[in-house]
Write a protein that binds this ligand. Structure first.
Ligand SMILES: Nc1ncnc2c1ncn2[C@@H]1O[C@H](COP(=O)(O)OP(=O)(O)OP(=O)(O)O)[C@@H](O)[C@H]1O
Length: 648
């Protein structure tokens, strides 16, 4: 048994720190701007809360003899205002008032607005129309005019300003929450709750509300600052806090007339408003990041145009495979989220000859898609990083190629077809236009020529009545037709390599058989190499020349399809094949594979399948296990492989 590939060892990554999920507070504090906002806000709130016990002069006690004292005067650290009142004392008491009013108004707006949004979004129809027309009416007036009108009716005063600010902000919450609720109300888990006999109110409170809550909290955290500003605005206009009570807005208003002679009187409350609003906004952004796991993992961050490749990555030591279309060696990719690292691809080798079809199979999460997407740098970074290996294509290593080269190859020499065309096709564009766009992205051709090419492609993939179908939108086509459109798009520029990631999983068996026949015909006619990702051994045996079985990010067995399926050598391949039902053999026992795939952030040393393997011995758990040649064009990553004659 000779070693085919000496892959660098997988780090025995049992890092207990990495395995722990960081708490929300830890994540919040990890975000520096948010942590700064939190600290500032806590400081301001603490000082405001402690106002009654701090040794401050009476904020409302006037002393005309002490009027407009400058900063750092004895007994008046921040000076005095035109009535001789201590500015520091008024600032602290005013901050207390402004914070309370801003937070109270936000809470009222959040509770009432969210209740309206939940009711409108969940009930729909008449309730939605009635509630939303009311909300639209509120939104139709400029907010400050509306607040002025409300205060004019109720009379000036801080409490009335609070009601006014809360009221004008209700539509903001109502609209946001209605939108989110409408999306959730049509989801399967809500139908399941209804089927379980839950009442509508119960569904709203236990199914919808918990899902909406992060949105409410995020909206709240970002609007408190805004409401403090609005309260200050009303007080500035003399409609909020009434003399002698201090709040930040009224202090600003009082200092306005002395802006040039005694600027500190207005600059001090202005600076405090700025500080509070900035710290709340920084904190609000941090809370949003923590509450949304997609933001935390980087999934919502705009991914860079290519997967990040570590500059000092481990390079393969083997010679390039002669004549191969694709020559992947020692490919390693990982996801870094927070303090955790998931080793999704751990040293994969793949070689594809022109016109060859290689089936990449393995359980869900084994790293098939990440491998396939890494070829053209399509795994989103953050959080992905390619940490090792090479991707030989067209005589160069694509991991070293500049972005412009990758962009020129994508959709041209390397094309992809995915499982769900509905999510990859543009919902608002006619399918013909999308295929034409794919052609024109890489070829300088006229619209007429692109249209003719599109028609030709639709005929190639056997879409009936191509003229009419070209004008259809994706949702107007059946699943099978949509997948044919996706294949036509992939073929638009005669790719040398087609990567098909479970392209038939969502289709029924008859359509699946048609699409497979189509792919088989196309690759034979065009000499196109196909990397076909699937869970389905039936599909592999029908379409592929060779098979590569993946487990926990590594190829564990590879060889010609018939040889591997007839007599698998790796116990994992054997188990996978045993899980497949065979028509006409009801007596055959279907054995589920016991145990689970190991966590990719805690891969064990040695064989990753050891825990689930009946043939495991001590040496399996020690050190690196190479992918070793066991016959012509066959290799297995196992120290104790099955005997060659052990037929499946
Ligand atoms: N954006 C991501 N952040 C963190 N981990 C990810 C991300 N994308 C994929 N992974 C992880 O990488 C591993 C490999 O995923 P991949 O999609 O390649 O599996 P797969 O074999 O194609 O599975 P399936 O057959 O279900 O599509 C999985 O454990 C997955 O959880």
């Amino acid at each position: 048994m000779s070693a085919v590939v000496d892959a660098p060892p997988v780090a025995p990554a049992v890092d207990s720190r990495a395995a722990r999920r960081p708490s929300s507070l830890a994540l919040l504090l990890h975000n520096r701007p948010a942590a700064l906002g939190l600290v500032l806000l806590i400081l301001v709130a603490l000082v405001a809360l402690l106002a009654p016990v701090l040794p401050l002069p009476d904020p409302n006690a006037t002393a005309p003899a002490d009027r407009l004292k400058p900063l750092f005067s004895p007994g008046h650290l921040l000076g005095t205002d035109p009535l001789g009142r201590d500015v520091l004392s008024r600032l602290i008491w005013g901050t207390r008032v402004s914070l309370s009013v801003g937070i109270a108004a936000s809470l009222i707006a959040a509770v009432v607005g969210s209740a309206i949004g939940l009711a409108a979004g969940y009930c729909g129809r008449f309730v939605d129309s009635a509630l939303m027309r009311g909300v639209d009416t509120l939104m139709a007036f400029p907010y400050i005019l509306l607040a002025l009108a409300i205060v004019a009716i109720l009379g000036p005063g801080l409490v009335n300003a609070l009601y006014a600010i809360a009221l004008v902000n209700i539509p903001f919450f109502a609209r946001n929450i209605r939108g989110v609720t409408m999306g959730l109300a049509r989801r399967d888990f809500v139908d399941a709750a209804r089927l379980s006999g839950k009442s509508e109110l119960n569904i709203v409170l236990t199914e919808i509300l918990p899902n909406v809550l992060p949105v409410i909290v995020v909206t709240l955290s970002t609007t408190v600052g805004w409401m403090i500003l609005e309260t200050a605005g009303l007080s500035f206009l003399g409609l909020g806090a009434q003399p002698p009570q201090a709040d930040l807005g009224s202090m600003l208003g009082e200092g306005r007339r002395l802006l040039f002679t005694a600027p500190m009187v207005s600059l001090v409350p202005g600076a405090m408003i700025f500080l509070i609003v900035v710290s709340i906004n920084l904190l609000g952004d941090g809370i949003r990041d923590v509450l949304d796991p997609r933001l935390r993992s980087g999934a919502l961050a705009r991914p860079s145009a290519r997967t990040a490749v570590d500059p000092g990555r481990a390079r393969p030591s083997r010679a390039p495979a002669p004549g191969a279309v694709l020559d992947v060696a020692g490919l390693r990719a990982e996801f870094r989220t927070g303090s955790e690292t998931f080793h999704a691809v751990g040293g994969v080798d793949l070689v594809l000859a022109p016109g060859e079809c290689l089936g990449l199979v393995g359980e869900s999460g084994s790293g098939k898609s990440v491998t396939a997407l890494s070829l053209a740098g399509l795994v989103p970074s953050p959080p992905a990083h390619i940490t090792g290996g090479s991707v030989g294509f067209g005589g160069e290593d694509l991991l070293d190629a500049p972005l412009s080269k990758l962009q020129a190859l994508r959709g041209d020499a390397i094309a992809y077809v995915f499982q769900d065309p509905l999510s990859t096709l543009h919902p608002m564009m006619r399918v013909g236009d999308q295929v034409m766009e794919a052609v024109r992205a890489h070829r300088k051709v006229s619209r007429e020529a692109a249209e003719a090419r599109c028609r030709e492609l639709f005929e190639t993939v056997r879409i009936p009545n191509p003229e009419a179908r070209m004008r259809a939108f994706p949702h107007e086509l059946s699943g099978g037709l949509r997948q044919r459109v996706a294949i036509a798009m992939a073929l638009a520029n005669d790719p040398v390599l087609l990567v098909a990631d479970e392209p038939t999983t969502a289709l029924d068996v008859t359509v699946q058989a048609e699409v497979l026949r189509l792919l088989d015909r196309l690759r034979r006619e065009r000499g196109m190499a196909v990397l076909f990702i699937t869970h389905d051994f039936g599909v592999v045996s029908q379409l592929c020349d060779r098979i590569a079985v993946m487990y926990a990010g590594r190829i564990v067995e590879t060889g010609p399809v018939k040889a591997v399926l007839d007599a698998p050598r790796h116990p994992y391949t054997r188990k996978l094949i045993d899980c497949v039902p065979v028509v006409g053999r009801p007596e055959r026992e279907l054995a589920a594979i016991p145990g689970r795939v190991p966590a990719l952030n805690r891969l064990p040393p040695g064989c990753a399948f050891a825990e689930r393997c009946e043939r495991v011995r001590d040496d399996c758990r020690r050190g690196e296990i190479p992918l070793a040649s066991v016959a012509a064009d066959r290799a297995v990553r196992c120290l104790h492989p099955l005997a060659p004659g052990a037929a499946a």
